[in-house]
Design a protein around this ligand. Sequence first.
Ligand SMILES: C[S@@+](CC[C@H](N)C(=O)[O-])C[C@H]1O[C@@H](n2cnc3c(N)ncnc32)[C@H](O)[C@@H]1O
Ligand SMILES: [Zn+2]
Length: 367
Amino acid sequence: MEERGWEVFASEDDEPDKDSEVFFNPEMRLNRDVSEVAGRVFRQKIDVEDFRVCDALSASGIRGFRYSDYADTLHLNDINPEAVRRLNKGLRSNDIEAETFNQDANTHLSKHRNFYNFIDVDPFGSITRFLDSTARAANHQSFVGLTATDNGPVSGSYPKVCRRRYGSKPLRNSLMHETGLRIYIKEVFQNFARFDKCFDPKICFQHRHYSRLMGRVTESKSRCNKNLENIGYMTFCYDCRWRRLERKSQCEHCSSSNVAHAGPLWTGSIGDQRFISDMIDEIPGDWNEALKLLEKLNDEVQVKTPFYDIHKMASEVDVQAPKTSDTVDRLEEKGYIVSETHFEPTGVRTDAPFEEVRNVIKSESTS
Ligand SMILES: C[S@@+](CC[C@H](N)C(=O)[O-])C[C@H]1O[C@@H](n2cnc3c(N)ncnc32)[C@H](O)[C@@H]1O
Ligand SMILES: [Zn+2]
């Protein structure tokens, strides 16, 4: 098997899962494409002679292989001895120099305190088990990327599990994936903050069954304190679909008290536009899916308001749903910042007031 020119020696299962002898899922290529480019952009931004990279849950080692282009020190680790055997084979076959480890990732990362500049954590399921050790291993000039496949709880299918694992209340409606992503970011930020380290989201997104959270780490108490302002709640009105990234006891549109509160969650931006635009400059032109995702994120991180699902909003105001592109164009003509969202093909993110969004949906509707 190969990916982007790197040879991998994993199990060839039709449906790779945690029971695979050595896990490799070709469908995660988008995640790896974005991660490779993010690491490269971060590497260009910091001034270190020895850029130390750790692929802490390597499986076949494919992430480590892909990061080898810009790593000066490369460590690959997996708890499964067969994975380590196969990733060593991959290192030889791809002619990559790296050190390999067969340890629990928590042990490995905790032993490498303040050591790594880029840490990749890609477990099966929840990331919570690895957050403390990742925070320990990060230093003042670090970048971390975490894949979370625990989207059921954080997007409201299992609210009790969400409260237990993340201490947050999720939402089960069209905003569930955005709420879920924000709960994950809050969790990463708070775990790092306990070590006086600050996690700043650079590019975070949700795709199919997983979320990817990537951000810069700094050892700055004052930065942590400032970012605490970005921990809060989302309020959603069941009567008119008004929403805000603040805790409000009443809807500010229809005055209803029939509102839901999700959180605590991250209320700041889910990415950094300058970082994402540098990634767009860096990404190979034929990595189409990743490029499309970056372009969407580049626009949508400019607006903080949770996105509107045009179909749900149209049904609320009792009209046929207009085209997403028509809604975007009309709002833009009116001078608002507006973008599509990667969360939903029929979603629009804008700084326009709620009443204006409703009016545009009514005026653009074909009914
Ligand atoms: C989802 S796979 C990693 C996939 C890989 N990063 C990729 O992109 O193809 C998770 C891997 O973590 C390993 N693993 C599970 N628990 C671990 C632990 N506590 N410490 C280190 N590795 C662990 C498993 O053996 C498995 O190979
Ligand atoms: Zn309302």
